[in-house]
Design a protein around this ligand. Structure first.
Ligand code: HEM
Length: 145
């Protein structure tokens, strides 16, 4: 039961970050300020309320699955997870909250775009780390060579 739950939580958590990232880039490049503000609001509610529990579920179920298992792949996954969680909670969540507040007040100044860039960089980093965890998970499950 833990394995399918872990697979689903992991893949959905990654999908969530990927959707936030892509929709942000597309809206920033081609959308109006109103569209940006609308997206920022959606990323906070319901976005963060979906992403944070999914990340916690992926990490928690992964740790349960790993148990006392040792090995290069499982150790690498264990090391990446705190970094993923820290970037999520300490960078992505605060950035999303600040950007939403500023966009709602139509404040699109240099600080907005600086924080936006930080958010995109953190999002790309987390996507990479989660992708590596998915790859190593599939390798451990014998589904990837
Ligand atoms: C967001 C982070 C993570 C993602 C995206 C992720 C993704 C995956 C995926 C896609 C699988 C393959 C499941 C299958 O098809 O059978 C998997 C398996 C697994 N993952 Fe993760 N995982 C994450 C975090 C973790 C963590 C923190 C651990 C703890 C060490 C972990 C341990 C495992 C284990 C033990 C397996 C099962 C391997 C086997 O079947 O032998 N995962 N993971």
């Amino acid at each position: 039961m833990t394995k399918p739950a872990h697979r689903i939580a992991g893949i959905l958590a990654m999908l969530c970050v990927a959707i936030f990232f892509t929709s942000t880039v597309v809206t920033e490049l081609f959308g109006s300020h109103a569209a940006v503000a609308q997206l920022k609001s959606l990323i906070v509610t319901p976005g963060l309320w979906i992403m944070v529990p999914l990340m916690a579920a992926a990490g928690g179920s992964g740790m349960l699955l790993a148990g006392s298992r040792r090995g290069r792949l499982v150790d690498a996954k264990k090391k990446r997870m705190p970094v993923i969680a820290a970037i999520g909670l300490l960078v992505l969540v605060p950035c999303a909250l600040m950007l939403n507040r500023w966009a709602a007040a139509s404040v699109f100044d240099t600080t907005f775009y600086l924080v936006q860039s930080i958010e995109l960089l953190a999002g790309a980093t987390n996507l990479t780390l989660m992708g590596l965890n998915a790859r190593d998970g599939l390798r451990m499950a014998g589904k990837l060579r």
